[in-house]
Design a protein around this ligand. Structure first.
Ligand SMILES: [Zn+2]
Length: 492
């Protein structure tokens, strides 16, 4: 596990989440709701609140069913318009690419080297813009709206859920929920024979390295040791019965994933994206849960590791040679890596709708049992869904049960766990890790500048098109109103 493999590929993972913010005035805003004394914001404005805040606020809000309905319709219209807009952009870029290729073919004999280079750069840049539009219309925008809808669900449905939870608490029936025996964590059996997965996981790690798909490790012992110590702390207080191997990878992707048998990988981008130890603990605990419940084993009874990686390598090869536009290409060109998560087999990672929900539940139990504030997981999830770069986070959205269900079930579980007044949110070791990480990130990014598109770029030295900038906190509606970028006509 110590050797570094070179390609800076990012991997992905299991499911966590997503995205972006909101767009142009009006698109998603329903008519202004009447402002009542108890609720000082419009319904749309409440959707900018965090899940944790909404769990608090929802039982006190008094929006009518028709107000909620009309906001829901506004979100739907906003999403359709926004997705449609970027689909149109994508088609425009496609026809420009066709025209540029025909032109190149027609004039190829007459072009000077300078003109030829410009023509190549033009096609390459149009490809990039098209990929960006495809990522936005296919992933980022739908996820941003899913998240807004989930928050509307919280406002609409959480109050009744909350009442029910209170009843279960009062009557004691909550003890009978699935995995409700939290006082016996470590002594109960989530799934027998965890040790049977070790061989498969070790094999998967070897295959990833052999195929050059595994990003290098972060070469900083203090950072590695810190993350391992957080993992160990949780593992000890979990149902894990096999050794845990944690490795921090040098990749800017915001991701973490567990291979079967206890091989857990944390990408550097995830450390950058977390703000306190309880958030990191929440993600690690979720990943440990996939291992204790043997989700990968249940999903891939027959498949062999070799055949899974054969597929991954095939897809990766196509992506690397520019054969597949879209997400892989976009990642590679923009960031010098592609999300391995986009090619990694989800079954191997144990990702499915039901298993995500189960890992969310077990994960908050483990984080809680290890002394952490279990809501760190919700805070991190929410941040990814609303603030962090949707492009970097896009792989997290690849599969996810609806946000509402995930967030509500997680909050429900947290409500059933005995509150610990001294639960850990932050630690000085975490803060030290962030300090140690800064130069590591700076150095890695500097090195990436020299070889940003090494893997894929066919024409070197082109000035890339401007990336669509998305600011944290910016409503998704604004993104939808950004003017389309055009490229100067290619030189003849
Ligand atoms: Zn997961």
């Amino acid at each position: 596990m110590k050797n570094l493999y070179r390609k800076s590929v990012a991997i992905l993972l299991c499911s966590v989440l997503a995205l972006l913010p909101t767009l142009s005035e009006g698109l998603a805003y329903a008519q202004q709701s009447p402002v009542r004394s108890a609720q000082s914001l419009t319904l749309r404005e409440y959707l900018n609140k965090s899940y944790m805040e909404l769990f608090e606020l929802a039982p006190k809000l008094e929006f009518s069913a028709s107000e909620i309905e009309s906001q829901r319709n506004a979100l739907k219209n906003g999403k359709d318009i926004c997705v449609g807009r970027f689909k149109t952009h994508s088609k425009q870029y496609e026809s420009q690419i066709d025209a540029a290729r025909k032109d190149l073919k027609k004039n190829t004999a007459a072009l000077t080297e300078e003109q030829r280079k410009q023509a190549h750069c033009n096609i390459q840049n149009l490809d990039l813009l098209k990929s960006e539009a495809d990522v936005l219309s296919g992933q980022a925008i739908p996820t941003a709206y899913d998240n807004l809808n989930a928050k509307l669900d919280v406002i609409q449905l959480w109050p009744a859920q909350y009442k029910q939870i209170q009843q279960e608490l009062a009557s004691g029936t909550y003890h009978t929920r699935r995995w409700g025996d939290v006082k016996d964590i470590g002594f109960r059996e989530i799934e027998p024979k965890q040790e049977d997965d070790i061989k498969r996981g070790a094999q998967a790690v070897e295959e990833l390295k052999r195929l050059g798909l595994m990003p290098p490790e972060v070469e900083d012992k203090v950072i590695q040791d810190y993350v391992r110590s957080v993992g160990e702390r949780i593992a000890k207080k979990s149902d894990l019965k096999i050794p845990l191997h944690i490795t921090v990878l040098q990749s800017r992707e915001i991701n973490a994933f567990a291979l079967p048998g206890g091989y857990l990988f944390i990408e550097r981008g995830l450390l950058e994206a977390t703000d306190d130890e309880s958030e990191l603990a929440g993600v690690i605990a979720h990943e440990i849960s996939h291992v204790t419940a043997r989700h990968a084993n249940k999903l891939m009874k027959r498949a062999t590791i070799a055949s899974i990686f054969y597929q991954a390598a095939q897809i990766a090869a196509i992506v690397l040679t520019g054969g597949v536009a879209g997400i892989g290409m976009y990642y590679a060109l923009q960031y010098g890596f592609f999300g391995l998560g986009l090619v990694l087999n989800l079954k191997l990672l144990g990702v499915s709708r039901d298993y995500e929900l189960e890992s969310d539940q077990l994960g908050v139990q483990y984080a809680w049992n290890a002394g952490y504030d279990p809501s760190g997981f919700i805070r991190f999830f929410d941040k990814m869904a609303t603030k962090k770069g949707y492009v970097n986070g896009v792989s997290w959205f690849r599969t996810h049960p609806p946000f509402y269900q995930r967030m509500v079930q997680t909050q429900r579980e947290i409500t059933f766990l005995e509150a610990k007044p001294d639960a850990i949110v932050q630690s000085s070791a975490f803060e030290q890790m962030k300090k140690d990480l800064a130069p590591v990130v700076a150095k890695a990014e500097k090195e990436e500048v020299g070889k940003p598109s090494l893997l894929l770029t066919k024409e070197e030295g082109c000035t890339p098109p401007q990336k669509l900038e998305y600011k944290s906190e910016q409503p998704v509606e604004e993104l939808c109103s950004v003017p389309i970028q055009t490229l100067p006509a290619q030189g003849k």
